[in-house]
Design a protein around this ligand. Structure first.
Ligand SMILES: [Mn+2]
Length: 331
């Protein structure tokens, strides 16, 4: 990889992905979108690999080599989070970051931890400059949970005070010194291990339990949950959380149920990138394959029900109320 030192208008910062075999190609596409939209200094990028075979790693390296970007691959043994990761039916990669306090601190003062199912449509620079005040991290309140009116139920279980907030963990802007000093990763691991019954959403709930609302609220544009965040709101990073993943739904993209939730542009982007990536296993599923196929075959009603729930979110009033009291979050 080329090491490039551009103008130093932004202090050093690092971007970290934690993936398994399935999500590595998506991290590559997320990184491509980062570079395409970047106007200033690019972050150092680290990808934590959980059980990724040599051929996949090679293809990722080949694809990323086209960018003037400083990328590290770190192979991680994720067995430390067993048996509870498997018991929750989740990939070890989902928890990868929690064990890396010291590692994060050595990377940079400012570390941005991001999911692989994300896509930049704007420059990342403002996240490097962001004032975190006394808090160890900044994150975006979870629009899916807000529009479903589930914040209180979920945070009650976590022991988070009413009104203290609930963030989506797909994008975390971290002060790595404070993260380490507060032992946030270790605390979250303790919650996952010792109090799994309080969790609705895995690592995300564990982190919310640890932070207890003590995070900096980022504008919604930085973690726009596709299908859950109102479509007309400004966007800097799309996050395809949950079901609405364009690479999985490609074969169903013309179904009327999906129109109004996810525009053709999202499908086209992933199709184009997937062609550039030349992954050795199908990434964009053209037939009614993958998620859709299994949903349609196993439980057609469950699939339509979940699509319906996204349509309800688009008309939910709870989300509008959440910005009425804090319009800055729409900046
Ligand atoms: Mn995600």
């Amino acid at each position: 990889m080329k090491h490039v030192n551009k103008a130093a208008e932004v202090k050093n910062f690092a971007l970290v992905y934690s993936v398994d075999q399935g999500f590595l190609p998506l991290a590559c596409i997320s990184i491509a979108s980062l570079v395409e939209n970047n106007v200033g200094t690019l972050p150092h990028v680290t990808i934590l690999l959980h059980d990724v075979d040599a051929s996949s790693k090679y293809r990722a390296e080949l694809f990323l080599a086209r960018f003037e970007l400083d990328v590290d691959f770190v192979e991680v043994d994720g067995t430390w989070c067993e048996p509870w990761a498997s018991a929750r039916g989740k990939s070890q990669a989902m928890f990868g970051i929690l064990r890396f306090d010291e590692f994060l601190r050595n990377l940079s003062d400012r570390v941005i931890i991001i999911d692989a199912d994300t896509r930049f449509v704007d420059d990342i620079g403002p996240l490097a400059q962001l004032d975190l005040g006394e808090t160890p991290l900044a994150a975006v309140n979870d629009t899916a949970v807000i529009s479903d009116d589930r914040v209180e139920v979920i945070t009650n279980k976590l022991g988070v005070p009413k009104g203290a907030g609930y963030f989506n963990s797909g994008l975390l802007v971290v002060d790595s010194l404070k993260w380490t000093n507060h032992e946030i990763g270790q605390e979250a691991i303790s919650v996952l291990r010792d109090r799994p019954h309080i969790l609705t959403f895995n690592d995300q709930c564990a982190l919310n339990a640890v932070l207890q609302g003590g995070y900096t609220r980022l504008g919604y544009r930085w973690n726009h949950l596709v299908g859950s965040t109102p479509r007309h709101w400004p966007v800097s990073i799309y996050h395809y959380a949950g079901l609405l993943k364009p690479w999985r739904l490609f074969g169903a993209r013309r179904r009327s149920a999906l129109r109004g939730l996810i525009s053709s542009e999202h499908f086209e982007y992933y199709k184009t990138k997937s062609d550039e990536l030349k992954w050795h296993k199908p990434l964009v599923q053209s037939g009614l394959a993958g998620t859709v196929k299994s949903h349609l075959r196993v439980n057609r009603l469950a699939f339509s029900g979940r699509i319906e729930s996204f349509h309800r979110r688009q008309t939910s009033t709870h989300i509008a109320q959440s910005v009425a009291s804090n319009p800055r979050l729409l900046d």
